[in-house]
Design a protein around this ligand. Structure first.
Ligand code: AMP
Length: 404
């Protein structure tokens, strides 16, 4: 019962092979620099030295073939034959309004993902290359797609519509979609299980704080609102993305600095956020270190970053008329002790009390970091988007309700 999880980018392809009988990762790795000189395949198996292979991999079909060769390699492989892969699951960033849940791939699903290229021009075409590459190599193996947007399709119109002429929504589907849905879904269920409660009984604010970052208001198990919008640029301040800003800044800055559309797009997505304010790095570790060494710009960047998160938590507590659980996940959320502390310092009005000693504990497990008397449970929940993709794929393709 092996499921291969694929995350295809335009010049990269990440993979994880799961044995679903016990949900263990048999092997994982990535192909980088597809279509460039000296492509690199890195292959990892627990307890074995990593394998690194440099070769010419011109497109995604060849990349998938390389991965399959590696998985069945007599020395480095973990499978006897390619036939031991029973299903493949793909991460797809944008499912638009068409996909409310994960689905098995067929001709209609592929056509719909193609129709959505417009909404995620950097991501969906690359995911489609991954899907076609797997199809070419494993024509008889069922494939499923798991969308970053699907979990947020339960948002009500008051959350997802922008206050602009509705013709733009009707004609072009301009609305909030939200992202990191696979992660918010997974960690909110993990949090409920940790607390021994049903997700339907809880009001959760989930903070996925990684290189990209978003908050979600999860009311009774369903996404009610989220900070990312039509694209992953809106909302929190991120590593290199600006997050929320007055839209009038765009034409104003374009005019004053004589910027083109593509330049302003690149400025807001790649040269803003922590990187711009700290003047140093998009990596929270480096920003915190510089702050501790006395850098004023790093301190300001850290303050702005934490302040935005706190504002969203307050907004979502108001949106849901309360909050039972605040959870932190992803690279920064799981690992940054000072960030969690700074965010929670301003939330005592909610009856939320962090326990400093618990907050300092480092662990890869779900854990409580709030004090015993806190009215809000504050949890750190490690995210695992690949596992959720593997589970959905298994359920759709193989499990009791699956097709085979
Ligand atoms: P992700 O997008 O979830 O993989 O998160 C990546 C980000 O997590 C990196 O850019 C770092 O800024 C951040 N990160 C990873 N480890 C730590 C740490 N120990 N402390 C603070 N930030 C961290």
């Amino acid at each position: 019962m092996n499921v291969l999880v694929i995350n295809a980018g335009s010049s990269s392809l990440k993979y994880q092979l799961y044995d679903m009988t016990n949900e263990t990762v048999l092997a994982k790795g990535r192909v980088e620099r597809i279509g460039m000189e000296s492509s690199i395949l890195t292959h990892e198996v627990e307890g074995e030295p990593d394998v690194r292979e440099v070769s010419e991999i011109l497109e995604h079909t060849a990349a998938v073939r390389k991965v399959l060769d590696m998985l069945t390699h007599p020395k480095f492989g973990v499978l006897r034959a390619i036939g031991d892969i029973q299903a493949v699951g793909h991460r797809v960033v944008h499912g638009g309004e068409s996909f409310h849940e994960s689905v098995l791939i067929d001709a209609d699903v592929k056509a719909e993902i193609r129709r959505l290229f417009d909404l995620a021009p950097l991501h969906n075409p690359a995911h489609m290359m991954g899907i076609l590459a797997v199809e070419a190599n494993l024509p008889d193996v069922p494939q499923a797609v798991v969308f970053d947007t699907a979990f947020h399709q339960t948002m009500p119109p008051a959350s997802y519509l922008y206050a602009i002429p509705t013709v733009l929504y009707r004609k072009h589907k301009i609305r909030r979609y939200g992202f990191h849905g696979t992660s918010h879904d997974y960690v909110s269920k993990q949090a409920a299980a940790f607390l021994g409660k049903a997700p339907e009984a809880l009001k959760i604010v989930s903070c996925h704080i990684g290189n990209g970052a978003s908050c979600a208001a999860i009311l009774h198990g369903k996404s009610y609102d989220t900070s990312m919008g039509m694209t992953p640029l809106e909302g929190l301040m991120m590593g290199t993305r600006s997050g929320d800003l007055d839209p009038a800044i765009v034409p104003f800055a374009m005019n004053k600095e004589e910027l083109t559309l593509s330049e302003v797009n690149s400025m807001l997505n790649k040269h803003s956020g922590l990187l711009a304010i700290s003047g140093l790095s998009s990596d929270m570790r480096e920003v915190v270190q510089a702050m501790e060494e006395g850098s004023e710009p790093a301190k300001l960047a850290f303050e702005m970053y934490a302040y935005r998160i706190r504002k969203y938590i307050g907004a979502y507590a108001a949106a849901m008329n309360g909050i039972d659980v605040l959870l932190f996940t992803a690279g920064v959320g799981e690992n940054s002790v000072p960030l969690r502390k700074r965010v929670c310092e301003g939330l005592t009005f909610l009856g939320l009390e962090l326990d400093d000693a618990r907050n300092e504990v480092r662990s890869g497990e779900t854990r409580r970091v709030s004090a015993d008397g806190s009215q809000v449970d504050v949890l750190v929940v490690p995210t695992n988007e690949e596992l959720l993709i593997a589970r959905d794929t298994y359920r759709l393709a193989i499990g009791p309700k699956g097709k085979r």
